[in-house]
Design a protein around this ligand. Structure first.
Ligand SMILES: NC(=O)c1ccc[n+]([C@@H]2O[C@H](COP(=O)([O-])OP(=O)(O)OC[C@H]3O[C@@H](n4cnc5c(N)ncnc54)[C@H](OP(=O)(O)O)[C@@H]3O)[C@@H](O)[C@H]2O)c1
Length: 324
């Protein structure tokens, strides 16, 4: 009880909660189990965005815990370099990679085929790949690239791997969202900004809000099949992605930012601990479930009608309905 009160006190102001101050206080407060204590031998984990930042830190820790890993990034050379590095550093030789752009649905389909062909089980699917782009780009299918790579591609990958996940139950699908989504309302009809009014930060927040909403919807619709769906945010961590997408923020906040390992801690914990299997569809920071709304304005727009609209749009964009 006292710990929950202290945690709520840390959570209220974003600067204490999202920075390394929040991480360090909660780690001490809750007496966290060391990630090195988890033995994931025999479990198969797919991690997207594993060549840099949070995904790299998570992959490194998961490799140390003994999991068999499939690393996903866009460049075969970058992927292979990380595979080689992790094998050398951890001695875990069950690490492979597949090159795929998560915004290219043809590549996502090939990725799913490779995972299904190479692994007869799948314990954890981690959707971590993502970036904030200051310029508007389109993915091969014509969908705006932020949404294509962080909403549509991951939706298609989960859909294509759902049977294997269900057959491997209890299994988990984890999505790395962002605290930036707190500023954005669920707005399926505005999910893709046009070139005229494109704003990278706002587009990113919309995509991250959609990820969190879809996570809850996956849990509602498919959680009964032994698959646990959780999303999370990492706070603010010092990664190449933050340097590139938010350079001024990165400079100003520098000393307070979390390390990539600190930002990735909850991701690895969600993949490894038994506690996350007791609930479904939650949104986490620092090993505790958090509210998905901080503002009454975003909460009031999170309606059943908008959710249904979002699901219909993503099914159509992905070209695949998980229900069929
Ligand atoms: N760092 C933070 O403070 C923070 C805060 C909130 C949320 N996040 C989220 O955390 C995740 C990781 O971010 P990060 O800060 O670690 O960024 P990062 O250092 O730039 O790493 C991003 C990773 O995603 C991969 N990637 C990017 N676009 C991709 C695509 N279309 N298809 C496949 N892979 C792609 C990159 O690999 P390649 O370039 O090799 O393809 C790279 O491995 C993102 O979803 C981000 O939105 C981060």
């Amino acid at each position: 009880m006292i710990r929950s009160i202290v945690d709520a006190f840390i959570e209220a102001p974003i600067v204490t909660s999202f920075t390394r101050l929040g991480y360090e206080a909660r780690k001490r407060l809750d007496g966290w189990t060391s990630l090195d204590d988890y033995d994931l031998t025999g479990r198969v984990v797919v991690v997207t965005g594993a060549t840099s930042g949070l995904g790299h830190a998570a992959a490194s820790q998961l490799a140390r815990c003994g999991a068999a890993l499939v690393l996903v990034g866009r460049s075969p050379d970058r992927n292979q370099a990380v595979v080689d590095q992790l094998i050398t550093e951890t001695g875990n030789e069950s690490i492979s990679h597949v090159a795929a752009d998560m915004g290219d649905l043809g590549e996502v389909r090939r990725l799913a085929d490779r995972v299904l062909a190479d692994h007869d089980r799948l314990d954890v699917l981690i959707h971590n790949a993502g970036a904030l782009s200051t310029e508007r780009n389109e993915a091969p299918g014509g969908v705006e690239a932020t949404v294509a790579s962080q909403v549509v591609g991951p939706f298609l990958l989960t859909t294509l791997l759902l049977e294997r996940l269900a057959d491997s139950a209890p299994s988990r699908v984890l999505t790395m969202s962002s605290g930036g989504m707190y500023a954005s309302s669920l707005a399926p009809s505005d999910l893709q900004m046009s070139a005229d009014d494109y704003n990278g930060t706002e587009q990113y927040a919309r995509a991250k809000r959609a990820q969190v909403t879809l996570n809850e919807m996956w849990a509602d619709r498919f959680g009964g099949r032994g698959v646990t769906f959780h999303s999370m945010h990492p706070g603010w961590a010092d990664t190449p992605g933050v340097d590139a997408g938010l350079p001024t923020f990165s400079k100003v906040m520098g000393p307070l930012l979390r390390t990539p390992e600190q930002g990735a801690d909850t991701l690895v914990w969600l993949a490894a601990d038994d506690l996350p299997l007791e609930t479904n569809g939650r949104f986490w920071l620092d090993r505790r479930p958090r509210s998905t709304h901080r503002l009454p304005t975003t909460k009031s727009k999170d309606t059943a009608e908008r959710r249904a609209q979002l699901w219909a749009w993503v099914v159509q964009s992905a070209g695949q309905d998980p229900a069929t």
